[in-house]
Design a protein around this ligand. Structure first.
Ligand code: N2P
Length: 356
C-alpha cells in the first residue's frame, strides 16, 4: 500500500512539474494570457528601462522577444503557434504581411500621441492612411569607417572592393541590404528584379569576398568600435551607436545611392492583448519616451516633438537626420512579391556560403 501511495505521489509530482514546464515554455515562446503583452522587436532596439516603466504604469507584464531580420520575423509569424501582440517590421515586410493578412487594423482613437509624428513619416506608400502601422525609427544604410585604419572615403560603394581592405569589412546580416548594395554599386535600383542585373550584382559581390572578415548581427557594433576591422556595412543607427563608443569613426552614405528605411509598429493578427498593444504603441509615441529611446538606441526618431528633447548634437547631425535633398535620392525597399523576395534570400545565402 505504501508503495502505491509513493508511486501515486511520484506520478502526481511529475505531472505537476510537466504542467508547470509547459506553461513556462508557452509563456516564453510568445503565448500571452491574462494581463501580459508579448513584444517581438529587433535586437538592441529599445531602452529596457522603458519596458519597466510601461509595466509599472499599466500593470501589464511584458514578455519580450527579439529577431535579427525581417525574414526571420515573418517566417515565425507566418508559421503561427505564437501570439505576438506588437512587432516592428520594416516597410516592405509590412506590405508583404498586409498582403498575407497577417496584420490587424489599428484603432487610431486609442493612439492620441500619434499627433506627435512628423507628417512626412505618415501615409507612406507601404501603408496608406497608417491603417496597420505606426512609425518607430527610420534611417539609411551606409558605411562606417575608421580613418586610422583606411585612407578611403567611401564616396562610392566601389571603395569597398579596394585591395587595401583585405579582411577589413564587416557586413550586416541582411539579404536586402547586401544584395541591394551590390545592385547600387552597379548603378541599378536596389529593387531591381531583372535576372541579368541580379546575376551581375552577385558576381560582383563574390569578388568582395576576400575583403569580408565576417557577416554579423548586432555584435557588429562592438566589433567596429573595438577596431576589429576598418569598415562596416551598417544601418545608420548602429553607426551612431558605434561612433558614440569610438569617436574616431565616421559614417557615409555612398553617392550611387542607398536605402532609406522605415520601421513601424504593428499588431499581428494572432495578438491576444489588443488593448495592451495599443497602450504600448501610444506609450512609445510619447515625445519624452521617444526621445529617451532615441538616445539609448541611437536610431533616428520620426517623432517631431521628441526632437525638442534631444541634444543638438543628435538632432542636428546630418549623417543621421539627412536633408530632404539626400533622402530624395535614396530608395525605399519595395515588396517585390513572395517569389522575388525568396530569390533575394537564396542569392544572399549563396553569397554567404561561397564566403566560407
Ligand atoms: C536594430 C536593427 C535595426 C533595423 N538592431 C533596421 N531596419
Amino acid at each position: 500500500m505504501k508503495e502505491l501511495v509513493r508511486t501515486f505521489a511520484a506520478v502526481f509530482i511529475v505531472a505537476f512539474a510537466l504542467m508547470y514546464l509547459t506553461a513556462y515554455l508557452n509563456s516564453s515562446q510568445g503565448y500571452s494570457s491574462g494581463n501580459t503583452l508579448t513584444i517581438y522587436n529587433w535586437g538592441d532596439y529599445i531602452d529596457p528601462e522603458l519596458i519597466a516603466r510601461f509595466e509599472k504604469e499599466t500593470g501589464i507584464k511584458v514578455i519580450y522577444q527579439t529577431f535579427d531580420s525581417n525574414e526571420a520575423m515573418m517566417t515565425k509569424i507566418e508559421q503561427g503557434g505564437t501570439t505576438f501582440d506588437v512587432s516592428i517590421p520594416s516597410e516592405y515586410a509590412i506590405s508583404k504581411m498586409k498582403e498575407e493578412n497577417l496584420l490587424l487594423p489599428l484603432d487610431h482613437s486609442k493612439l492620441p500621441n500619434l499627433k506627435y509624428i512628423d507628417p512626412s513619416f505618415m501615409d507612406l506608400s507601404f501603408d496608406p492612411g497608417n491603417i496597420y502601422s505606426i512609425p518607430y525609427f527610420w534611417g539609411t544604410v551606409g558605411v562606417v569607417f575608421n580613418p586610422d585604419l583606411t585612407n578611403l572615403k567611401f564616396k562610392s560603394w566601389d571603395d569597398l572592393w579596394d585591395e587595401s581592405l583585405r579582411n577589413q569589412i564587416f557586413l550586416l546580416d541582411g539579404a536586402r541590404e547586401v544584395i541591394g548594395m551590390g545592385l547600387n554599386s552597379l548603378h541599378y535600383s536596389l529593387n531591381d528584379t531583372n535576372e541579368d542585373h541580379l546575376r551581375e550584382a552577385t558576381a560582383k559581390l563574390s569578388k568582395l569576398t576576400p575583403n569580408v572578415k565576417a557577416i554579423v548581427g548586432d555584435e557588429i557594433k562592438m566589433l567596429l568600435a573595438n577596431e576589429e576591422a576598418a569598415v562596416g556595412l551598417v544601418w545608420s543607427g548602429d553607426a551612431s551607436e558605434i561612433m558614440s563608443e569610438n569617436e574616431k569613426l565616421d559614417y557615409v552614405v555612398p553617392e550611387e545611392g542607398s536605402n532609406l528605411w522605415f520601421d513601424n509598429m504593428v499588431i499581428p493578427k494572432t495578438a491576444k492583448n489588443i488593448e495592451g498593444a495599443h497602450a504600448f504603441i501610444n506609450f512609445m509615441l510619447d515625445p519624452e519616451v521617444a526621445a529617451q529611446n532615441t538616445e539609448y538606441v541611437g536610431y533616428s526618431t520620426p517623432n517631431a516633438e521628441a526632437l525638442a528633447f534631444l541634444p543638438e548634437e543628435i538632432a542636428g547631425d546630418e549623417r543621421f537626420y539627412p536633408s530632404k535633398e539626400l533622402t530624395e535620392k535614396l530608395e525605399v525597399y519595395e515588396n517585390l512579391g513572395k517569389r522575388m523576395l525568396s530569390h533575394y534570400n537564396e542569392l544572399f545565402l549563396e553569397f554567404k556560403m561561397h564566403r566560407k
